[in-house]
Write a protein that binds this ligand. Sequence first.
Ligand code: 5GP
Ligand code: SF4
Ligand code: MG
Length: 457
Amino acid sequence: CGVFGIWGHEKAAELTYYGLHALQHRGQEGAGVVVSDGEVLKAHKGLGLVNEVFKDANFAELSGRVAVGHVRYTTQGGSSLENVQPLLFRSQAASLALAHNGNIMNAHQLRGELENMGSILQTTSDTEVLAHLIKRDGQDTTTETIARALNKIVGAYAFLILKEDKMFAALDPSGIRPLSIGRLGDAYVVASETCAFDQIGATFVREVLPGELVTISDAGIESERFAIREQRKMCAMEYVYLSRPDSDVNRVNVHASRKRMGMELAKEAPANADIVVGVPDSSISAAIGYAEESGLPYEMGIIKNRYVGRTFIQPSQELREQGVKMKLAPVRGIVEGKRIVMIDDSIVRGTTSRRIVQMLKSAGAKEVHVRIASPSIQHPCYYGIDMSTRNELIAANYTVNEICDIIGADSVAYLSEKGLEKAIVKDKSLNQGICTACMTGNYPVKEQGQTPVMVTH
Ligand code: 5GP
Ligand code: SF4
Ligand code: MG
């Protein structure tokens, strides 16, 4: 998912629309905005792409200088309208809107506890749990009530929370999900990715830090720590696949990191081939890096139909297969008779690679050597990236040789964990540590969670 928030701009809702548009790749199932005019919170939400959701938005009605927005892709809860964020809860004392990227691991347990205490939850989304925890603590929403609620949840999260006269931004103690602060004139902007800042002409100020709770109001910006700051464990898949190449994630440019992944991969797993081909769009940076390092020419052997969304967004396997077919096509004149290094950023279920190897071979490719610009994914993610169950993960069930047979390639090799880390972590002193749990099984956050600390003041 992607979150976007703006404080102190005449055109808050409109700028949120533009910001969400830049974050569209982070979720395509639903989008929404909640705007505050200082007294009332108003929402506009819908299922589908940002463009579709906002085409009937009346921005004159969505007036106010403050807004939070969200683009959704489902990892928990269904993909129905009630789960589209920001979630908005009205109350006499103070209304509350929430936008969340991540996953609350103990949501099920907390939901049970809340229901036992009489709460009636309106959605099946894990995010709603936080709203109830905050409100259970008293009518008003303050830094203290939010901090106490955050200390009850375990998982990965970047939260934007809005009430009439304040906006809060919070990041989990390990900083697994990205969240940055920017400025546009006198306005403050918060977004999952810096590409949203560029979109609206805002400038990057800093990252929200692990375990930090930022409060933005007309009094300016304040910062507190609601948890002991752990070593940062930024999701490595943000660099491998999820984020946009023009974004800087934890001060590392995504395209540049992918290019370095490709370069490391070329060093670790060279191939006897004529050309290097990347799977558009997310693997092109890595393919350029592989080509540069290996000295082989980079070629456009596959093109993408830009009118088809990301395949993994489709919920069923059948739709996913169809999606790949509609999305990618080989360039026969380029691949015919060639030995090809085909670079993909990752293999999850194996659908994309199998389909593309077939595609290249039926377009006349002599050999296809598959090189994957990340380590093999063998473990589920509990932190908000959808590759849910173990039996869906091809690398959890088959060896590299078996995968090579299944996808019909002439050879298959993955980037090592060391290579990945080298490509991402520029400067250890900047706390640029990464989460690689889906590749290594080393989970930085376990369900029992970290030691809670209370905000002191
Ligand atoms: P597969 O087709 O093997 O299931 O998925 C691999 C393709 O999906 C890659 O081309 C990659 O761009 C994309 N992908 C990468 N990471 C993820 C992820 O975390 N979840 C999902 N569902 N797809 C991903
Ligand atoms: Fe990202 Fe993998 Fe960690 Fe999930 S387990 S947060 S996908 S690196
Ligand atoms: Mg891809």
